[in-house]
Design a protein around this ligand. Sequence first.
Ligand SMILES: [Zn+2]
Length: 302
Amino acid sequence: MFNIRHLVITGLIALLFQLPIIAGQAGAAEITTKVADGIYAYSPGDGYISMFVVTSDGVVAVEPVNTKHAEGMLKAIKAITDKPVRYLLHTHNHWDHSGGGKVFRNVGAKILAHEEAYAWMKANPHRDMVLPDEAWNGKRKDIKLGDTTIEMHYIGMSHGLGMTVIRVLPQKVVYIADVVTPKRVLFTIVPDFNIKEMVRALTDIEKMEFSRAIFSHTQADSVIGSKADVIEAREFIQDLQRAIVAEFKKGTNFGKIPQVVKLPKYKAWAMYKEWLPMNTWRVMLDMYMGPFPWRPARNFEK
Ligand SMILES: [Zn+2]
């Protein structure tokens, strides 16, 4: 029988996987980029970028995305090293980042996610997502493999649940998912972002010591980013907030504000014309209604 619920869910999932293409984020070709000694950015050209770290004692993969993406990443790893993949790390809960874990489980990797992300993943199964082997808690967890340290920093409310920034030492490279997309305005309606906490989280990331950054999505010419990208992402939000406040003060009709707010400084950024009005709606509502989504702070949050 025709099952409308199934049809809607399947349609939504299909749309979800097409979004990077709609967003014009998709690179043309599969590419592995060496970012630092032993650190690689991988993308099959689907608009999603993962990271893998080759140490003297095995490999750590970050962000499987989905089965196809994860299979491509595993191939890219094997082209560089024979060492086993010891860990797969998730940055947050969302289906469009946390699928494909089974590919790495099948080769013996241990899958880790922050407990907040784990709880959501357990409550919201997806056909392409497996439950991690370990839910870590608190603000920080480190893995030492050979001479390399992989630090997992939980950055609190910002986007999604369990949002984790990964820093690799001694190379001082960070991996950041979704909270920063260089040279692009905020994503569509800014889904599952707490704007106030985003600004706080980005400020916290700016305080971390790192020399290079890999972002899950980018519109910059290079996949190798830097702290300047994090600063720009925060400034964009604050410039948008200031522009909205200016319209409030002028007494501009609420419904008209998203049509009149312009930020010429960012007009060369990807999706400026298409998404700025949606960004404005969302940031304005966050200012008007109060920050959302919000949850009571756990002992590991500020
Ligand atoms: Zn996300």
